[in-house]
Ligand binder design. Structure first.
Ligand code: GRG
Length: 295
């Protein structure tokens, strides 16, 4: 990984921590204390903050103000955090650990985890609609529409539904691509699109950053499947969960081809950014980082 990218990802993490800390409820009143504590526990836990990084970097390509970009970045990270909290619940993936700590429903309880997820999702849209996100209502409506679409039945929730129904099934490679494009790809795509929307980018450039995001989204997922497969060999308990019965890129392609495909997608992603020249250097580096990562 390039030194530049490593330090920028660290900067994004601390910037986001402070920004989200301000946006999250303080929980000072006793009636909201438990819900606020659960929201803060999950949202402020150490994630990689890849989606905020994508929003902040694409926003730079289109001359968006830092405040607008941070508003969108924090909102999308809250949507992502809600999805992780709900994904860990016993009714879904049933995971006891997340981001190196007990999952929200283990630390609190299931009802609190469901409500903390719901509250983070709705807080995200309150943030996007805020005056400080953009001075044009038309821009805000387009942003809200795009984030809602990427999160809902045509995006992440739809992908999760297909995933839950695919246990013990043999899916074709195209079906796996479709599932993953919805489950993780659409949120990656809107993380980039948000920067373009806020910067009133022309449709061709919006499409370029979305195409980049879709390619890195798939290469991210293939790498995730490879890391899961390696964890199964190494007995890495946090990663070693119920992936055995799931159709993955590894079950469809085998390890060698999956690795090749992740690299091809990463190179393809970089090609989409050529039009932006050196301004997109960090986004280019991220495409490589995603396939080379070890966690
Ligand atoms: C419950 C509506 C709903 C959706 C859940 C995102 C998701 C859909 C489930 C997460 C399960 C999972 C491990 C998916 C694989 C890829 C992925 C999204 C991993 C988590 O994202 P990272 O690695 O997480 O960016 P951090 O913690 O770094 O933010």
């Amino acid at each position: 990984m390039g030194g530049d990218l490593e330090s920028v990802l660290e900067e994004v993490s601390s910037l986001l921590y402070e920004y989200m800390d301000e946006l999250l409820p303080s929980g000072r009143s006793p009636s909201e204390a438990r819900l606020a504590e659960a929201m803060r526990y999950s949202a402020l836990a150490p994630g990689k903050r890849l989606r905020p990084f994508l929003t902040l970097e694409t926003a730079k390509l289109f001359g968006v103000s830092k405040e607008s970009a941070l508003q969108a970045a924090a909102a999308i990270e809250f949507v992502h955090t809600y999805s992780l909290i709900h994904d860990d619940l016993p009714a879904m993936d049933d995971d006891d650990e997340r981001r190196g700590q007990p999952s929200c429903h283990i630390k609190f309880d299931e009802a609190t985890a469901i409500l903390a997820g719901d509250a983070l999702l709705t807080l995200a849209f309150e943030i996007l609609a805020d005056d400080s996100t953009h001075n044009s209502n038309a821009v805000k409506v387009e942003l809200i529409r795009s984030v809602a679409r990427a999160s809902g039945h045509r995006g992440m929730v739809g992908g999760q539904m297909i995933d839950l129904r695919s246990d013990n099934k043999k899916l074709s490679i195209n079906e796996i691509i479709h599932l993953q494009r919805l489950k993780t790809g659409e949120l990656f795509a809107v993380s980039c699109d948000a920067g373009a929307i806020l910067g009133n980018a022309p449709p061709n450039l919006r499409n370029m950053v979305k195409a980049y995001a879709h390619d890195i989204g798939l290469s991210f997922q293939i790498t995730d499947d490879l890391l899961d497969a390696e964890a199964a060999n190494d007995d890495d308990s946090e990663r070693l969960h119920k992936s055995e019965n799931k159709p993955t890129f590894i079950t469809a392609l085998g390890k060698r081809k999956a690795k090749e495909q992740a690299k091809i997608l990463s190179e393809q992603a970089k090609d989409h950014l050529k039009v932006f020249g050196r301004k997109a250097d960090l986004l280019q580096q991220l495409a490589s980082y995603i396939v080379d990562r070890k966690f």
